[in-house]
Design a protein around this ligand. Sequence first.
Ligand code: NAI
Length: 319
Amino acid sequence: MEPTQAGQVVVIGSGLIGRSWTMVFAGGGFRVKLYDIVQQQITSALEYISKEMKELEKSGMLKGTLNAEKQFSLISGCTDLKTAVDGAMFIQECTPEKLELKKKIFGQLDLIVSNDVILSSSTSTLLPTKLFTGLKHVKQCIVAHPVNPPYYVPLVELVPHPETEPSTVDKTHALMKKIGQSPVKLTKEIDGFVLNRLQYAVISEAWRLVGEGVISPADLDLVMSDGLGMRYAFIGPLETMHLNAEGMTNYCERYREGMIHVLKTFGPVPDFSGEIEQQISQAMSEKTPADPEHLNASQSTGRKSGRRRDIVLSLPHWK
Ligand code: NAI
């Protein structure tokens, strides 16, 4: 069995994302301190993680090479920030998506951390310049944006502050690879990072097509689930172009004009409200009524069928 890794990771905030990160780091063999201001949150997070790890082990889906008991023994809870970060090499912040709160936490960390720890935020939407500007340790700061739930969806977007040291990016990238995630480097910050920019491009065209009466909401979804999505689950859009012709240059020669023609017919940004919203909401609710009972039932049916539909169901919340 692989030995545990040297170095300790701290996860700040033991909610949905903090729990999942904790499991990912422990799966990679790292000791993890799970910090939260609410003791009860930590207690329930540890109970959840223990149960989840045992279930994953039973179903053969536990990450890493250590068994569930060993992985769980690497995790400890903590409600004192100074104690939590003492000796840490990497800190992953997972507190609620509120700028002032996160700034306060990074401000507190800035006063107590060493010069070699990496300070990383899970933020879905807040740009590094908003979070880290003015910190003494800004060179050690980075956004590592996971996709919910990080235990099952490996992508992590690494977004630097303009003053982030390249070595911070490289070390974070290496750590993510080590724990089995799939990190990508953005060279500079941009609203929505990359995943959500791509996601929103798809959502807005889907909205327009339904709104213009070109296709029903159910059939629109089929275009993705039984068509485009199947392809993109294996290779990205650029590689698809390359492979769909005799190389990229040939693809552009063949399809450039057609693509530009179609793209010029795209409409304005939708407002995601009003009649179209109602129409789409009604169509989705026919399949799955929008109440917790049906939504949860749909999720557990998916789990039983082994499709991990929790990932699918979390799609609209990919932040
Ligand atoms: P959550 O609400 O489930 O958990 C937040 C946790 O932070 C709670 O346990 C809370 O007690 C704790 N907390 C609050 N104030 C704190 C403080 N001062 N110090 C330490 N802990 C504190 O939130 P969730 O969904 O886990 O999101 C966390 C971060 O991850 C957010 O920035 C969010 O944007 C990001 N994210 C969320 C995704 C999602 O789908 N939920 C996906 C990707 C990123």
